[in-house]
Design a binder for this molecule. Structure first.
Ligand SMILES: Nc1nc2c(ncn2[C@@H]2O[C@H](COP(=O)(O)OP(=O)(O)OP(=O)(O)O)[C@@H](O)[C@H]2O)c(=O)[nH]1
Ligand SMILES: [Mg+2]
Length: 303
């Protein structure tokens, strides 16, 4: 699953898996890792890769995220490009359209997501594709070997039950037979430490706007496993001193709410009590710091 930030890739993956494996928010750059979601049903098993949405890369983190999405796409058997069709096609959408031609994606699905929205720009997306195709034909590749894929266009409403069934059907239709890769009862193999960090970050994203979300990083430092209870310590990293009071909130209200909401959701996720301790730290340019990025799981482990 690829596509520009905020198109609804993670929402779609969660919908298809039938469980929450990836965090969702209305701000850009929510997903910061390739996350596997596993669908297991009568027809078989699908391993879905949720990826970070492409965006104008800023700093190391931005570049890493863009590279992650491209690599996942290159290695996948089936590519689904998710479009936010509630808005007109944008640069990143056109970018993916050109890329699927360049990289010869045969099994290709174009998901027109947010079909519940009043302004649904299906026609604009289709004509944008026609234009990309005719541009490609006008300037064929140097080896003269032009391949124009035929995408399967599917409308979806990822936020509603059953709203993405057609995407699931197409995936099963395209999928080739093989051995099951995962046990039947797991929905993701995303590492626990990163899942905890993401859940905490999601709770912050839900309360913040613009600017700060992109400059917020969560690093889980310690998980102490007691009987029926885990004690988790995490650093909340911001870029500048002025961001610290915003993240903490008046009377530490923001921090307290985030902690409570995250504790509740994590308890449900792991089936035991979770006690969180959050430390807000100013770490200028943490997004450029390879040591910190590695610690937060952003450098290695690409699929
Ligand atoms: N109305 C409507 N909203 C949707 C739909 N699918 C997703 N959304 C909303 O779109 C926003 C972005 O969803 P995400 O799933 O986080 O988007 P994403 O593509 O994973 O974004 P990144 O991780 O930043 O690349 C959220 O507020 C979702 O609730 C849909 O079908 N209809
Ligand atoms: Mg996402």
């Amino acid at each position: 699953m690829v596509g520009r930030s905020n198109a609804g890739k993670s929402t779609l993956v969660n919908r298809l898996v039938g469980d929450k494996v990836s965090i969702v928010s209305p701000v850009e750059q929510t997903t910061r890792n390739t996350i596997r979601g596993i669908v297991d049903e009568e027809r078989g098993q699908l391993v879905l890769l949720d990826t970070p949405g492409l965006h104008k890369a800023v700093g190391n983190l931005g570049r890493i995220l863009n590279r992650m999405a491209r690599r996942s796409a290159a290695g996948a058997d089936i590519l689904a490009v998710v479009f936010d069709a509630a808005e007109e096609p944008q640069m990143e959408d056109i970018g993916w359209m050109s890329r699927v031609i360049r990289e010869r994606h045969e099994k290709l699905i174009f998901v027109l997501n947010k079909a519940d929205c009043v302004n649904f720009h299906e026609a604009e997306f289709r004509s944008a594709w026609d234009e990309v195709v005719s541009d490609a034909k006008a300037v064929p590749p140097e080896d003269g070997n032009l391949f124009i894929p035929e995408p399967r266009w599917i409308r979806a409403i990822s936020t509603t039950e059953g709203g993405a069934n057609k995407v699931l059907d197409a995936l099963f239709e395209f999928a080739e037979e093989g051995e099951k890769l995962f046990p039947e009862d797991i929905v993701t193999d995303y590492p626990r430490r990163l899942a905890i960090a993401d859940t905490i970050r999601e709770k912050f994203l839900k309360r913040m706007h613009q600017e700060i979300p992109h400059e917020l990083g969560i690093a889980v430092k310690k998980i102490v496993e007691g009987s029926g209870r885990w004690d988790v310590e995490a650093d909340v990293l911001v870029n500048r001193p002025s961001q610290k009071p915003i993240v903490i909130g008046r009377g530490a209200e923001t921090l307290k709410n985030v902690r409570k909401q995250a504790e509740r959701e994590l308890a449900e996720m792991f089936g035991l009590k979770i006690a969180l301790k959050l430390w807000v730290k100013v770490e200028p340019k943490w997004m450029q710091n390879e040591k910190l990025l590695t610690e937060m799981g952003y450098m290695g482990g690409e699929i």
